[in-house]
Design a protein around this ligand. Structure first.
Ligand SMILES: NC(=O)c1ccc[n+]([C@@H]2O[C@H](COP(=O)([O-])OP(=O)(O)OC[C@H]3O[C@@H](n4cnc5c(N)ncnc54)[C@H](OP(=O)(O)O)[C@@H]3O)[C@@H](O)[C@H]2O)c1
Length: 289
């Protein structure tokens, strides 16, 4: 059993922190900006809540963070009441936020300056993956630190991998999002075409999902797309944040991402339709408007 803090109890963080307590059996203290959520978590999981990130992290062996973007992450780590203020030498800071590789390297250096270790560890698997404790976790950092952190991370994960030095977890998540952008646009166009052609979408997917066109998106989203329902997970606003990170990194490393840039603009169209909180399969709504 380790002493653990979890900062950020959103859609993802709330259940992840829960698994650290129930499945991992750790002594967990949480912090959330909106204190009511932290109180609700502490009641549900018989854990503790602290009023600041620094107080939550005080004396902990592992500190997890899952907030929104780079700036949010800086606030709760290197900010005034951030966790690095109190984390002890030899402890490990694990960041589950989807953020830039740049901020990961920056936090790695800030942590090391205090004798603290850092792993960037963005996740994939969505709300359902977090609730069921079966996330995929893509890590960047030092191998010995990763080996120390892995058994703790296992509480909310099905797959945990070390991809390389600091920032490599975030770069891996970027590849993940590049794949998703193209796959969802292809699926949206196929469903759109099928409807225009008068095909029975369910029947078609039953057949083609077993062949080379099959994908997680097809299996899990074709039904709701066909019904014009877009309330099933990862929101368009988050996807645009992620694609913004991807495109900025591509500017730096010279990668050419024409399709990703185009799909990012398509998600901008979805936002203009009022779809900020719709799930990513809503690219179809844009074609059908
Ligand atoms: N949702 C998904 O399916 C999914 C899947 C994979 C990865 N992710 C990534 O995981 C991260 C969290 O996603 P989520 O869906 O859990 O988001 P969310 O439900 O919006 O939760 C965000 C959390 O961060 C906290 N927060 C934001 N800015 C903060 C700040 N400046 N200071 C302190 N706390 C702050 C929020 O506090 P309040 O409660 O006070 O607002 C909340 O607890 C994001 O980077 C997202 O891209 C999400």
């Amino acid at each position: 059993m380790a002493k653990v803090a979890f900062i950020g109890l959103g859609v993802m963080g709330f259940p992840m922190a829960g698994h650290l307590k129930t499945k991992g059996g750790h002594d967990v203290t949480v912090y959330n900006r909106t204190a009511a959520k932290a109180a609700a978590w502490a009641e549900k999981f018989a854990g503790k809540a602290a009023p600041t990130p620094a107080q939550a992290a005080d004396g902990c062996d592992f500190v997890f963070v899952c907030v929104g973007n780079d700036d949010d992450l800086r606030q709760v780590t290197t900010g005034e009441d951030g966790v690095l203020k109190t984390m002890k030498p030899g402890s490990v800071l694990i960041d589950n936020t989807t953020a830039s590789a740049e901020v990961a390297r920056e936090l790695y250096a800030a942590a090391r300056a205090k004798g603290v270790d850092f792993i960037d560890a963005p996740v994939s698997g969505g709300q359902a993956g977090a609730e069921n404790g079966v996330l995929t976790v893509m890590c960047g950092g030092d191998e010995a630190v990763f080996e120390k952190a892995r058994p703790v991370i296992d509480a909310y994960a099905r797959m945990v991998g070390l991809m390389g030095p600091a920032g490599s977890g975030q770069l891996t998540k970027m590849m993940n999002q590049i794949c998703i952008a193209g796959i969802v646009q292809g699926l949206a166009e196929a469903v759109h075409f099928g409807k225009r052609a008068g095909l029975d979408i369910e029947k078609v997917v039953d057949v083609i999902s077993k062949g080379a066109a099959g994908s997680w998106q097809m299996e899990n989203r074709h039904k709701t797309m066909n019904q014009g329902k877009y309330d099933f997970g990862f929101a368009v606003d988050w996807m645009r944040k992620d694609l913004g990170i991807v495109l900025a990194e591509a500017q730096r490393n010279g990668a050419r991402l024409p399709l990703t840039a185009l799909v990012d603009q398509f998600y901008g169209d979805v936002q203009a339709l009022g779809g900020n909180r719709w799930d990513t399969s809503s690219l179809l709504a844009r074609l059908e408007k």
